[in-house]
Design a protein around this ligand. Structure first.
Ligand code: FRU
Length: 489
């Protein structure tokens, strides 16, 4: 149908047909980056889960590949990871080159256990190990293994969710087949129902050094509703994860970035993630028919100290500059209080907006009736159907909002319209990078410390961009607008 085409992203991965959720098996094999994913090839609804597959040399241009791991009589092929067993630790490869090993959950109504499969052709096809499962604790809520090679202790470490117990369990192995329990982390973090998709990775601190970050997805029960990815910063000693403090972070201030997974076997130390750009609250009702589901852009992750000294996750889109096409001319330097500047947008193109703004100081001698008045800088993507997508900055509280409520292509009780986040308190300056691509919006504010990921469903193309200063004037230090080149056919 028309909406299947209109809402199809051009710089984000989406399946040609069927239903997609979590990214799986994110690994670099020496030549290609793999993106496997939770996939129902038969219908645009979650069910009959297979591992779909796409590959890329830059994590942006994806090539569709045949299904990698099917549903079998033993159950659906739930979320998991892939590692490169170059040293043939598993003994499952014939030659000295080793190969790829996938570890994932087989899920049946009464059992979730961890399975292993090998690939002798760099991730194109997999053969299930003859003696699966490799890890079974008799549970029906035990899933989503991620495996890393922990160099200091010279062993493979698995983190896997004991989902209803709100725990991430750690196991060790030398051959990827026999697993020994090490420790359990949690309950810790948000309440909610299931803890899913734990992922552990060492993330560089921008000022030097590194820290381990444990990502744990929670569904339902996120503070913005439904699905959310939370993270803990700490250390991992090969046996247990020890958080630095009792603070939890959220990867997103909106609600459409779930089941975040990280890349393994990266060519150089770099922490990169992809999340499912969706939420279980409404993913099966979205206004497309033949396909549902897309992924976030790949994001480089670092840790940075925020205004209060806490180490927080910063995320930036990886390599997006390489997709920049025509720059759209838009010259703005000053916007007076109450004024605005507007530019037309090319319909049907993915766009990137870079903006750096300082709102004027609040006048000291405001009359009593104006005391509550604030300086708000408003970014609007809109059309002549009266649809608007708004991102706003309240300069005197340092907060940012996102409003997708005035888009009319989708309504559902959980498809909430407004989100907000705090940037720097008492700071009238902000920087933002916005990627708008068909049904997706990604906001990276203040160097990626505040990220908002949202599905958006306008009825007609958003064909203008307006910048507006309310209550106080603003200086625009940078405004750049790019069309992005298509990565998917
Ligand atoms: C997370 C999740 C995982 C599970 C998979 C099933 O979104 O529920 O826990 O393995 O999706 O598709």
């Amino acid at each position: 149908t028309g909406s299947d085409v209109f809402y199809r992203p051009t710089v984000h991965f989406s399946p040609t047909t069927g239903f997609m959720n979590d990214p799986n098996g994110l690994v670099f094999d020496g030549e290609r980056y793999h993106l496997y994913y939770q996939y129902d090839p038969f219908a645009p609804y979650a069910g009959h889960v297979h591992w779909g597959h796409a590959s890329s040399t830059d994590m942006l241009h994806w090539k569709d590949q045949p299904i990698a791991i099917p549903e079998t009589e033993a159950g659906e092929a739930f979320t998991g990871c892939a590692v490169m067993d170059r040293a043939n630790a598993s003994g499952l490869f014939e030659d000295s080159k080793g190969g790829m090993v996938a570890l994932y959950t087989r899920a049946s109504p009464d059992r979730q256990a961890q399975y292993l499969a090998t690939s002798h052709d760099n991730g194109q096809s997999f053969t299930e190990y003859a003696h699966n499962p490799v890890l079974d604790i008799g549970s029906n809520s035990f899933r989503d293994p991620q495996v890393i090679f922990h160099k200091p202790t010279n062993q493979w470490v698995m983190v896997v969710a004991k989902s209803r117990l709100h725990q991430s369990a750690f196991y060790a192995s030398i051959d990827l087949i026999h697993w020994v329990h090490l420790s359990d982390f949690g309950p810790s973090g948000l309440f909610g129902v299931d803890y899913e998709c734990p992922n552990l990775i060492e993330v560089p601190i921008e000022s030097g050094g590194s820290r381990w970050v444990l990502f744990v997805s929670v569904n339902p029960g996120g503070p913005t509703g439904g699905s959310i990815t939370q993270y803990f910063v700490g250390q991992f000693d090969g046996t247990r994860f020890i958080p630095d403090d009792t603070v939890i972070g959220l990867t997103d201030f909106a609600k459409d970035a779930y089941a975040l997974q990280v890349y393994g076997n990266m060519p150089k130390a770099e922490a990169v993630s992809i999340a499912w750009l969706g939420n279980w609250q409404y993913c099966q009702e979205l206004p497309t028919q033949s396909w549902r589901g897309c992924m976030t852009l790949p994001r480089t992750m670092t840790l940075r100290r925020d205004f209060a000294g806490w180490l927080r996750l910063a995320q930036t889109p990886r390599g997006l500059e390489t997709l920049r096409d025509t720059a759209i001319a838009f010259e703005v330097k000053r916007i007076a209080a109450g004024a605005s500047a507007q530019v037309a947008l090319p319909p049907g193109k993915a766009l990137e907006l870079l903006l750096s703004v300082t709102v004027d100081e609040r006048p000291r001698d405001l009359p009593l009736g104006d005391k509550g008045r604030t300086g708000r800088f408003v970014i609007t993507f809109g059309n002549d159907q009266g649809e608007t997508l708004t991102i706003g900055f309240d300069a005197f509280s340092g907060q940012l909002w996102l409003d997708r409520d005035e888009l009319k292509g989708f309504a559902q009780p959980f498809f909430t319209g407004q989100f907000s986040t705090v940037l720097n308190p008492d700071d009238r300056h902000f920087e933002i990078r916005v990627v708008l691509d068909a049904c997706t919006l990604e906001i990276f504010a203040n160097g990626g410390l505040s990220v908002g990921t949202a599905l958006i469903f306008p009825v007609s193309p958003l064909d203008f961009l307006r910048l507006e200063a309310n209550g106080a004037g603003a200086t625009v230090e940078q405004v750049e607008l790019f069309q992005l080149r298509k990565v998917m056919e």
